[in-house]
Design a protein around this ligand. Structure first.
Ligand code: MN
Length: 236
């Protein structure tokens, strides 16, 4: 995909994630540069719902803006830069603070896939403890490369990670996949909290999670087009 089309999809992803309740005034989504794998594209520091093409900035893997032109970057861009540095398979990253995932970062209850839409949560969902890397008195933000490195280490090879007392990060091999994962991780978290109140949960086993994930992967365009349509509808 050329850079212009990719930026258009990135703008759309910002609007979808806002529209679907994954980001609000905060949170962000990035994509690796199509021609320069050592760079990525991410909006300047504004609410995702307001992002336009001219807000998209280019960064290197140290989190430095290539041509800032007076635009202010997100403080937490180091989440993106350090994940792209060590995860060659990752083409897109979402960071969000959506409400349903937060309880799983602050309790011992692991987030696990209970719906066939969230098989990518199979295995151990990592939970980033910022005190381990930043000590007991941070402002909770990944505001340095060093904290970004520590976060990327916690994420490891996973598709999704929690951040204790803060939020979560989804990664994927495309903008469509990462948007899907961020939306369905939030949904799974909400459903898991509801199911916990009803009784013991029968989670997907690893084979079911992998099978369901592969099946949904073949249909990434379908929800994307629907979410996009909703963005257009809400904009009128
Ligand atoms: Mn944050």
């Amino acid at each position: 995909m050329n850079e212009r089309d990719l930026i258009e999809d990135l703008v759309t992803a910002n609007h979808i994630l806002y529209n679907e309740g994954v980001v609000d005034g905060f949170g962000h989504v990035s994509v690796r540069h199509p021609a320069r794998p050592d760079r990525f594209l991410l909006s300047r520091s504004i609410a995702p719902g307001n992002v336009k093409a001219e807000d998209i900035m280019e960064f290197d893997l140290d989190g430095n803006a290539v041509d800032a032109r007076g635009r202010k970057p997100y403080l937490e861009r180091f989440i993106h830069s350090e994940v792209y540095r060590v995860r060659g398979d990752v083409q897109s990253v979402v960071h969000n603070h959506s409400p349903a995932v937060i309880p799983f970062g602050v309790t011992n209850t692991p987030l696990r896939p209970l719906s066939h839409m969230s098989g990518f949560l199979a295995g151990n969902v990592p939970n980033f403890e910022i005190r381990d890397a930043g000590g007991p008195a941070t402002d909770m933000l990944i505001r340095t490369p060093q904290l970004g490195v520590a976060f990327a280490r916690t994420l490891g090879g996973a598709a999704f990670a929690l951040m204790r007392g803060h939020g979560a990060v989804a990664v994927g091999d495309s903008i469509k996949q990462v948007v899907y994962r961020a939306i369905y991780a939030e949904m799974n978290a909400r459903l898991q909290s509801e199911a916990l109140r009803l009784g013991d949960i029968n989670f997907l086993n690893d084979a079911e999670a992998a099978g369901a994930d592969a099946a949904n992967y073949a249909n990434m365009d379908r929800p994307w087009e629907l979410w996009k349509m909703r963005v257009r509808k809400n904009a009128v």
